[in-house]
Design a protein around this ligand. Structure first.
Ligand code: PHE
Length: 454
């Protein structure tokens, strides 16, 4: 077995910092771009119900499992499996798939984040605001179909995130997310309250909270489960990596539960901010991904002081995306740093350069490469589909198998009780039962049905 070079590890320093960074990872474009769009497309509350069940039966347990493994090994996503199970190299494939997923997710994520960053400026200058959706739609089309602008904004985002990553785990990730998270909640509350005062609030809320199960097919269930993984940043080693920066006295199950609840609150608040406005001005909720960039500017600019709210909305998006991107980029950076002894600067520079390359194929998906499709999807859609609907659930599945059947109950008990310091036997028993039986079966069945294999 190869041993990794001993490098002094940076880590999170305070309890608040741990929560801010972990929540910062979970909260992201998933809450304000994917969650409302997918809820709108797939029948509102029925989709949310399936999403919630997937979160409880698969997302949350995998999150606890990942944080636990990372803290035990104090290593990156790949090395963790080598350290915890040195006899079998093949488990490290989970970590390798995670590093791959990190690149694929960032490839499209930095592009959407690029649009969000661009919209902060464009909304502030008023150039994308109009109450006519035809105008906002043309403004969005002109941004995404312009190869130069697409690449430019993506590179800005990559350099920005890379710049914070270089500063390190405590001085970069922890201190940034600690500052940004409160701002995010404040903006979200402001927009949510404003939206609830609109005449269409009741229609918007009933769309969000009244289930219509007729739209829930196997593929929709897989999408909901994929979203549950994507939302909690699990199935690809992000939480293993962050877990390795946790302090030994951190209560992992409680931290995961709190982060899950706070993340859900953000998603629901984003829905509460968006749907009442959509119904008030007679738009369709099932606009999909364009909901954010076409409908929001059109809807919000009809409200009094709407322009201010549009700018605030995209600032919110930029903040959310930043915390999430930091955690994704940390996966390959931590690996390169620990495994090859690269300095953080070198590891980050290499990651950013590679991402600029892979990411450009996603960035150009609406322009130069629009005609280039694999399995009927543009590169942008393919990266999204491959990760959310395949790699993350598969990663989650194997992590459950590793924890539930290979690592075993004794080690889990020791790890989650902080070696006996915490009184949480019942919680651990429940967790272990879910991770050993419920989660793997649920994931597998949903995956196979969603892909129409059974
Ligand atoms: N959870 C993030 C979001 O919702 C995305 C993410 C996925 C982050 C996977 C890390 C790992 O936007």
């Amino acid at each position: 077995m190869e041993t990794s070079k001993p490098v002094k590890r940076d880590s999170f320093t305070t309890g608040i910092g741990v929560i801010a960074a972990t929540l910062g990872s979970a909260v992201g474009l998933g809450n304000i771009w994917k969650f409302p769009a997918l809820t709108g497309l797939n029948g509102g509350a029925a989709f949310i119900t399936v999403y919630l069940l997937s979160t409880l039966m698969a997302g949350l347990p995998v999150m606890i499992a990942e944080l636990m493994l990372g803290r035990r090994s104090k290593s990156d996503a790949l090395t963790t499996f080598r350290v915890l199970h040195p006899k079998r190299e093949s488990w490290a494939l989970i970590g390798a798939a995670g590093v791959l997923s990190a690149f694929l997710i960032l490839a499209f994520y930095t592009e959407v984040a690029g649009w969000v960053f661009a919209y902060v400026f464009k909304a502030a200058s008023g150039s994308v605001l109009s109450s006519d959706p035809k105008v906002t739609s043309a403004a969005f089309a002109s941004l995404i179909s312009d190869p130069v602008q697409s690449i430019f904004w993506q590179c800005c985002v990559l350099l920005f995130v890379g710049g914070i990553i270089v500063l390190g785990v405590s001085k970069g990730i922890e201190s940034t997310t600690k500052r940004l998270m409160p701002v995010l909640f404040l903006i979200l509350l402001m927009i949510g309250v404003r939206s609830l005062m609109l005449p269409g609030a009741a229609a918007g809320l009933s769309f969000l909270f009244h289930p219509d199960f007729s739209k829930v097919t196997g593929a929709v269930v897989l999408t909901a489960m994929g979203l549950a993984f994507f939302k909690l940043s699990v199935g690809m080693g992000t939480m293993i990596t962050y877990g390795s920066y946790f302090r030994d006295d951190q209560n992992i199950p409680m931290t995961a539960l709190r982060v899950m609840l706070a993340d859900l609150t953000v998603s629901l608040l984003a829905g509460i901010a968006i749907f009442p406005a959509v119904f008030t001005y007679g738009f369709k909720p099932e606009a999909g991904p364009s909901l954010l960039f076409i409908t929001i500017p059109a809807v919000f600019s009809q409200m009094p002081f709407g322009n201010v709210f549009v700018v605030l909305f995209f600032v919110l998006g930029a903040i959310a995306a930043t915390g999430a991107m930091l955690s994704i980029m940390e996966v390959p950076v931590a690996y390169l740093h620990q495994r090859f002894g690269f300095t953080r600067f070198r590891a980050t520079a290499l990651t950013v350069a590679l991402l600029a390359l892979i990411g450009s194929t996603a960035a150009l998906s609406n322009s130069t490469l629009a005609g280039f499709k694999l399995f009927g999807m543009t590169m942008f859609d393919l990266y999204d589909f491959l990760t959310s609907n395949l790699l993350l659930p598969l990663g989650g599945f194997f992590i459950c198998i590793f924890v539930g059947w290979v690592w075993g109950e004794q080690k889990v008990r020791a790890a989650l009780s902080n070696d006996g310091a915490l009184e949480n036997r019942a919680m651990i028993s429940t967790f272990f039962f879910i991770v050993r039986y419920v989660a793997p079966v649920t994931i597998l069945v949903i995956l196979l049905r969603g892909l129409k294999i059974i």
